[in-house]
Design a binder for this molecule. Structure first.
Ligand code: PMP
Ligand code: GLN
Length: 380
């Protein structure tokens, strides 16, 4: 392993999911639903397979049907107009979009400011690009970005802001005021922005606002999303990028040499999913809202300090009230202690000590499963 990837052995998600399987524990670690997405969308994938659509290499930028559906979605939900041919790119999940965008836009030595705790692939991809990550720490209990601190972190080497809203793992959803302040700084310092919006439809308090809609932002913003979270098909790995033509062309250049293309039949199915009626999106959100409340109440009763998320399907907690200090040790021992798997937020921090007592639980699981998990956690 080269120096850039030193210390990045196995992702925490793989480690903890393996532990869940080995111990037969309830897996509230890795963020994936335990119920698959809509039946009609699965049928659409089967139809595409049977009818021979996408069984051979699809076009590099993604099948036209999906690019059109993505452009329509951006218009329908965000009022943003994108040309499906030049301003939309289909990727192998949001993960590839993040990698391709960072590899395409960064020079070695460039500084990238990103919220800490970071989703784990950010640190790895910034490192692979030879760039330097500069954390803007979201601090408990509110996990808001300090915008004066953001300003103070900008140097002549700063090239890019990597924004994630709704934010994994804290559930922070940036407010219009925070977004406006970030946009102003980006314009003032002529920075590029990548916004990871994979949880755009999972907001329970407040609303998701795309940064690209703000003045001066469209031309400097690469927005990323994914069908995994919105339609509960994390295994399909269909993601996408929208942005100005030069930026999307740059990301496409890198993407060509990472996977070239992926998941032909699933692309047709996701095109249908994106066109589901508003009721689908509203019901999905309402269901997760109920699950958030259920797990938040259960964790509080079990003695955790709960930081209620405004969005995503994760709850960050503090284990200090349980007499615990080290979330990494706690999560390693939890399956044996009570048959539940969770994720230590410490691994999402450069300075581990800041998030050492934080532990993340996923609530994208059946209510009966969440109830059982809470009952087990009560026994701690
Ligand atoms: N970004 C964030 C913030 C995530 O939580 C995830 C995990 N789903 C991803 C990107 C990766 O998305 P995908 O599964 O579509 O690659
Ligand atoms: N995004 C998911 C999470 O945060 C996991 C994705 C992965 O396993 N890489 O839990």
């Amino acid at each position: 392993l080269n120096r850039r990837l030193a210390g990045m052995g196995t992702t925490i998600f793989a480690e903890m999911s393996a532990l869940a399987t080995a111990t037969g524990s309830i897996n509230l670690g890795q963020g994936f639903p335990d119920t698959d997405g809509p039946q009609e969308v699965r049928e659409a994938a089967v139809r595409a397979l049977r009818e021979g659509r996408g069984n051979q290499y699809p076009p590099g930028p993604g099948v036209p049907e999906l690019r059109e559906a993505i452009a329509e979605h951006q218009q329908r939900f965000h009022g943003l107009t994108y040309d499906p041919d030049t301003e939309v790119l289909v990727t192998a999940g949001a993960t590839e979009a993040i990698a391709a965008a960072l590899l395409a836009l960064l020079e070695p030595g460039d500084e990238v400011i990103a919220f800490e705790p970071f989703y784990d692939s950010y640190a790895a991809c910034i490192a692979m690009a030879g760039a330097v990550r500069v954390p803007l720490t979201l601090r408990q209990p509110a996990f808001r970005p300090d915008l004066d601190e953001l300003r103070s972190l900008i140097t002549p080497r700063t090239r890019l802001l990597l924004i994630n809203t709704p934010h994994n793992p804290t559930g922070t959803v940036l407010t219009p005021e925070e977004l406006a302040a970030i946009a102003e700084l980006a314009v003032e310092h002529d920075l590029l922005v990548i916004t990871d919006e994979v949880y755009e439809h999972l907001v329970f308090d407040g609303a998701h606002h795309p940064l690209a809609a703000l003045p001066g932002m469209r031309e400097r913003t690469v927005a990323i999303s994914s069908a995994g979270k919105t339609f509960s098909f994390t295994g399909w790995k269909v993601g996408w990028v929208t942005g100005a033509p030069e930026l999307v062309a740059a990301v496409r250049t890198a993407k060509q040499y990472l996977t070239y293309v992926s998941a032909g039949p699933f692309q047709y199915a996701v095109a249908e999913a994106l066109r589901l009626p508003d009721a689908y999106y509203a019901e999905f959100r309402a269901e997760l809202h109920r699950k958030r409340d259920l797990l938040a109440a259960g964790l509080t009763e079990a003695g955790f300090r709960v930081f209620e998320p405004q969005g995503t399907y994760f709850i960050t907690t503090d284990i200090t009230p349980l007499g615990e200090k080290d979330g990494i040790e706690f999560c390693r021992a939890l399956p044996a202690r009570c048959g539940v798997v969770a994720i230590p937020n410490a691994v999402f921090y450069d300075r581990t000590e800041i998030g050492l007592a934080q532990v993340r639980f996923a609530f994208c699981k059946r209510e009966s499963v969440l109830r059982e998990a809470v009952e087990r956690l009560h026994r701690l």
